[in-house]
Design a protein around this ligand. Structure first.
Ligand SMILES: Nc1ncnc2c1ncn2[C@@H]1O[C@H](COP(=O)(O)OP(=O)(O)OP(=O)(O)O)[C@@H](O)[C@H]1O
Ligand SMILES: [Mg+2]
Length: 269
């Protein structure tokens, strides 16, 4: 297995004002793998994707893309990096004012000079791949949530990405649509040999697609390992997250104290 990481985080630190979000993140993403990132709401999963896309600066540590520091990228290098990564954002996968066909054509028209006939063929190929060829001329408002997610994925694929970042690809979907998305993630890995980062709370989908998993908790990666290591871990925090337990280290007891103090106008400490 090639051991040269595509992406590497070393001691990454990031704060918003006095809120420390990451207190030293270390992570490697290897070519061809699907890495699932899990973590509670607000733990900083989406923010990490924004940092990886160069949309948000970091405070300390390194984000290395093929061993080059992301924060030192020139404008040209940054654009080149963004072009090889397809991102499926948590919200707003498609432009609402355009049909699915126009949504898919847009990035290709903008970034390449491929002939229009070829673009139209690609649109059909990728819509077929995600099961939406028959909806080609529908507007996003005429699509279900799951169809929109698949449409967003088809649009990302139009640029032939080498990496795909998925932010909560199955959130809000019924179990069948979730299973379809998980299957698509697996198919894309096989057919297009992409490297993927999948952010999800959906443990079923996570175990279906992951080669490796990482749990973001307490401002760091609490555990990075194989699905098997997550399944068999006895760590209470990992168990609480993977088994979806109400009681455990992730339970917001300190929040509860702060809430009561707030109600009673009392200082917490
Ligand atoms: N630009 C910003 N300015 C200030 N705080 C921010 C900013 N962006 C994100 N945050 C804060 O960073 C924290 C992490 O946000 P993020 O969206 O990364 O969480 P998440 O893990 O993706 O959560 P969810 O599972 O709910 O999507 C939150 O507390 C959020 O308020
Ligand atoms: Mg998020």
């Amino acid at each position: 297995m090639p051991r040269e990481p595509m992406i590497e985080l070393k001691g990454l630190r990031k704060s918003f004002g006095d809120q420390v979000l990451y207190d030293g993140l270390d992570l490697q993403v290897f070519p061809g793998e699907t890495l699932v990132i899990m973590g509670g709401s607000g733990s900083g999963k989406s923010t990490l994707l924004r940092i990886l896309m160069g949309h948000l600066p970091y405070d300390e540590g390194s984000v290395l893309i093929h061993s080059h520091e992301l924060q030192d990228f020139s404008r040209r290098e940054l654009n080149a990096w963004r072009l090889i990564v397809g991102v499926l954002f948590q919200t707003g996968a498609l432009f609402n004012s355009m049909s699915l066909r126009e949504n898919l054509a847009l990035p290709v028209r903008e970034h390449t000079d491929l002939p229009e006939e070829l673009i139209q063929i690609m649109i059909k190929i990728y819509l077929q791949l995600v099961g939406l060829r028959e909806s080609i001329d529908r507007m996003p408002s005429e699509l279900s949530g799951g169809m929109k997610k698949r449409g967003g994925l088809a649009r990302a694929l139009m640029m032939q990405p080498r990496m795909l970042f998925y932010d909560e690809p199955t959130a809000g979907l019924d179990p069948v649509s979730s299973a379809q998305i998980a299957q698509l993630i697996l198919d894309l890995k096989k057919k297009m040999d992409v490297t993927s980062i999948v952010i999800t709370h959906d443990m079923k989908a996570a175990f279906e697609v992951a080669d490796r998993m990482a749990l973001l908790a307490g401002k760091r990666f609490h555990l990075i390992g194989t699905p098997e290591e997550f399944r068999t871990s006895k760590d209470p925090l990992v168990r609480q997250f993977v088994d979806g337990l109400l009681e455990g280290p992730l339970s917001p007891q300190s929040d509860q104290q702060a809430y009561e103090a707030d109600l009673l106008h009392r200082d917490t400490d």
